[in-house]
Design a protein around this ligand. Structure first.
Ligand SMILES: Cc1cc2nc3c(=O)[nH]c(=O)nc-3n(C[C@H](O)[C@H](O)[C@H](O)COP(=O)(O)O)c2cc1C
Length: 157
């Protein structure tokens, strides 16, 4: 039922603005806010197969995070979803420069994005390019209300 709602919503959005302007983000192994799935590998492989017909701008998959694994998530292998989905695939979830480059080299993803690393390193591309040290993110300031922890991490210069 949820899958049908997802696909129906996608169809309405695509009708309104065109598939090339629509991206979708999925968390197959996510446990945030008590998310669970009885058989995520089966369900998300089905969804990835179905998505092929829409020619979306991209599909973005969040890999299992450490917190999900601690919560006993039924981890879905990225390679299975990569095989199922034929369009542009973006991933994130605990990636660093090396792991990201490897995922692209191994054709597991077309692009890799960074959450926490970008929060704590506003000049992340420059740091990657120059192999510079990275600021560590402070989880205490996540989801807070002011600029602390969002716009006050130092740049290299
Ligand atoms: C402070 C914070 C806020 C976030 N807010 C959102 C959000 O509003 N929507 C969303 O889809 N993901 C959100 N995320 C999740 C990130 O986009 C990303 O998927 C997650 O942090 C895993 O990637 P990472 O290991 O590179 O950080 C947030 C993450 C953090 C740390």
């Amino acid at each position: 039922m949820l899958t049908q709602n997802l696909l129906h919503s996608l169809e309405l959005i695509i009708k309104a603005i065109g598939a090339d302007k629509v991206g979708l983000r999925l968390s197959p192994s996510g446990t945030f806010n008590d998310m669970t799935d009885s058989n995520p590998q089966k369900h998300f492989t089905y969804i990835c197969n179905e998505l092929n017909k829409y020619k979306l701008a991209y599909l973005h998959i969040i890999d299992a995070l450490e917190g999900d694994i601690r919560h006993g998530a039924n981890v879905v292998e990225l390679s299975i979803l990569r095989d199922a989905y034929k369009g542009i695939l973006i991933v994130n979830g605990g990636y660093n420069k090396e792991k990201g480059n490897k995922a692209i080299k191994d054709s597991l993803a077309d692009a890799v994005t960074f959450g926490e690393l970008f929060i704590s390193n506003p000049d992340l591309p420059e740091r990657f390019k120059t192999n510079s040290r990275l600021n560590k993110a402070d989880p205490e300031t996540f989801y807070s209300q002011d600029e602390k922890g969002y716009t006050d991490y130092p740049t290299l210069t």
